[in-house]
Design a binder for this molecule. Structure first.
Ligand code: ZN
Length: 306
């Protein structure tokens, strides 16, 4: 399968190139593997309004080296957001740790929060155990090491002090040279809390970066994926200067590794829409990939560099 088709003007016009695998980004066009005309139309609708001649931002070819820690509020955020960058860094010799802060208590017999209940779990412990296994599989596919902190997410209404969370986070990233935290859109209270804690305190690491969170950035952007991410107002006063977003270079094999890893979160995928988990997962990941193709890749904003 391959070729180029005209995109209806209702969907922004231009040309969509069809190839047999993955995205290839050219000048203002995206290539995408599709067998279903219906789904192709759905994806074309995502392209609606892209200015003609839209250039993909240049990607940053520098790979985070040494020990890299990606702070993930929940069990899936880091992989959905930075899976390709993690895969690339890992195969280039970096040691990548995915630190999930609100990974739940696997020993707990407490009733589920509403999110985990929707996913079909009966207790906090059952959810934490199953979701950690999904994360173990996903991280393994990217060459990363998972590290889980036992805090409950916001749906558990626990009263954990900021200081308690921060002490555990600081210990978890103690050896890291680079630490990445969520940066956009920060629409979830747990994501915002973790990033606020990181910015309020001073981590003794060489590099700190904000990352664009998926699939929320895609959802937040709707059909305006070409627009730059923006740091929420609540955090601006904690930043010394305006941030500049940079796309992270990745190869097709890294994007494919991310795709496979994201599909490991089988309990979470049904919560993002309706449909069979396999089909919904593929659609979800491809929509994220389309957003990233338009934006030039997964993105970070470096706050502190050596
Ligand atoms: Zn999350």
């Amino acid at each position: 399968m391959g070729g180029r088709i005209g995109v209806p003007s209702a969907f922004g016009g231009g040309v969509l190139s069809i190839t047999t695998s993955g995205f290839e980004v050219g000048e203002g066009s995206a290539a995408y593997s599709r067998r279903s005309g219906h789904r192709l139309q759905l994806l074309c609708s995502d392209l609606s309004g892209i200015p003609r001649g839209q250039q993909v931002p240049p990607a940053d070819n520098r790979i985070p080296t040494g020990r890299v820690a990606v702070l993930s509020p929940h069990l899936d955020d880091a992989v959905f957001s930075l899976g390709a960058a993690i895969a690339r860094a890992s195969r280039s010799g970096s040691t990548c740790t995915v630190v999930t802060v609100f990974a739940g208590d696997p020993e707990s017999t407490a009733q589920c929060g509403w999110w985990d209940r929707q996913a079909g779990f009966g207790s906090e412990g059952e959810a934490a155990r199953a979701r950690r296994e999904e994360d173990r599989t996903a991280c393994g596919l990217l060459g990363a090491v998972p590290l889980w902190l036992p805090f409950g997410d916001a749906t558990y209404e626990q009263t954990v002090e900021d200081g308690q969370i921060w002490d555990a986070v600081a210990e978890a990233v103690r050896d890291a040279a680079t630490v990445l935290v969520p940066g956009y859109p920060l629409a979830h209270v747990d994501h915002l809390r973790l990033t606020r804690l990181t910015l309020e305190r001073d981590l003794p690491v060489q590099r700190i970066g904000l990352y664009v969170e998926q699939p929320y950035a895609k959802r937040h952007a709707g059909r305006r994926a070409w627009r730059r991410p923006a740091v929420p107002d609540q955090l601006r006063e904690l930043l010394a200067q305006p941030v500049a977003w940079t796309s992270l270079a990745a190869e097709r094999r890294d994007r494919q590794a991310k795709h496979r890893a994201a599909l490991a979160y089988r309990s979470q995928i049904p919560l993002f829409g309706r449909g069979r988990v396999e089909a919904l997962g593929r659609l979800l990941i491809r929509r994220v990939a389309l957003y990233e193709a338009i934006r030039g890749g997964e993105a970070v904003a470096w706050l502190k560099e050596p």
